[in-house]
Ligand binder design. Structure first.
Ligand code: FE
Ligand code: FE
Ligand code: ZN
Length: 277
């Protein structure tokens, strides 16, 4: 079965997200842990979480994906912003233990003129200071489009981070199809080669989730503008090959396309039809 879902608003809680997911034939979803453009988080609602866990228990859900706020920048030149990233992620990981054994995805960050090496040092330092042996959450680095000074624009940049994290078993990667296409990986004409390259540099055992998006831009544009499925430069045929790829097909796929709930429902229906059971 195809494990697919989409990004949902967390404002009405976990049970509501699960019900919305089920209503559009999804069996996973992604959500922001807090205000994506700020840092404010709601209080943990244990009643809601218990109802959620009960609700999904018989529904064949794949792991769900929490997404850190966009404003979190672990490799800022400003020490206060780095500290805020550390405190925020540590708090998010503490909260994630209320919904154990799921994924927490974040953008490695933008180094802004400090260079990739300095930025990488800061990201590694943060991860080594907040990951714990007890946590059940796997923390995922997202592949980035390479807009501005974003770190994570190549598989090698992510590998350089992963190599230096002490608790390696707590770390993985989330591959975003729009981002790697914009970053110069030709998943339209040469998906097998891209998957092989990921495997030889990072290792497919480190790939935990996929953000399934089309792109408004051409390959190697370094733009990061998502398009609805089938209406961008990646296209439906190439995305169908992604969900059916023997080494990707069992992962959870999360749509982050510009859509309302009905738009997501339609995309999920199309993709489920294109999945070879
Ligand atoms: Fe993201
Ligand atoms: Fe993404
Ligand atoms: Zn994006």
């Amino acid at each position: 079965m195809l494990n697919i879902g989409c990004h949902l608003s967390a404002s009405k809680g976990f049970l509501n997200m699960a019900k919305e997911a089920v209503s559009i034939n999804a069996n996973t979803f992604q959500f922001f842990t807090r205000n994506p453009r700020g840092f404010k988080a709601k209080d943990i609602d244990e009643k809601d979480i218990n109802k959620f866990l009960e609700y999904i228990s018989d529904k064949n859900f794949a792991p769900i994906v929490a997404h850190a706020p966009y404003t979190l920048n672990a490799c800022s030149a400003d020490e206060k912003i780095r500290e805020l990233a550390k405190v925020t992620m540590a708090d998010d990981l503490r909260r994630m233990e209320y919904v154990p054994n799921n994924y927490y995805n974040f953008h490695p960050g933008s180094h802004v003129k400090q260079g990739v090496e300095v930025g990488t040092d800061y990201i590694v330092e943060m991860l080594n200071s907040i990951l714990t042996p007890q946590q059940t959450t796997t923390v995922l680095l997202e592949t980035m489009a390479g807009k501005g000074s974003e770190i994570g624009r190549s598989f090698n940049e992510l590998k350089d981070i992963l190599d230096r994290v002490e608790l390696k078993e707590k770390m993985g990667v989330c591959l975003d199809t729009c981002h790697i296409w914009d970053g110069g990986y030709n998943i339209v004409d040469d998906l097998d080669r891209v998957v092989d390259e990921f495997d030889s540099i990072i290792g497919l055992d480190k790939l935990y989730a996929i953000h399934l998006n089309d792109s408004k831009n051409v390959m190697n544009s370094h733009k990061d503008r998502h398009e609805t499925i089938g209406n961008g430069h990646i296209g439906l045929e190439a995305l169908a090959r992604v969900i059916n790829h023997p080494q990707l097909r069992n992962l959870p796929f999360e749509l982050e396309t510009p859509n309302d709930l009905q738009g997501y429902a339609k995309e999920i229906e199309i993709l489920r039809q294109l999945y070879n059971e």
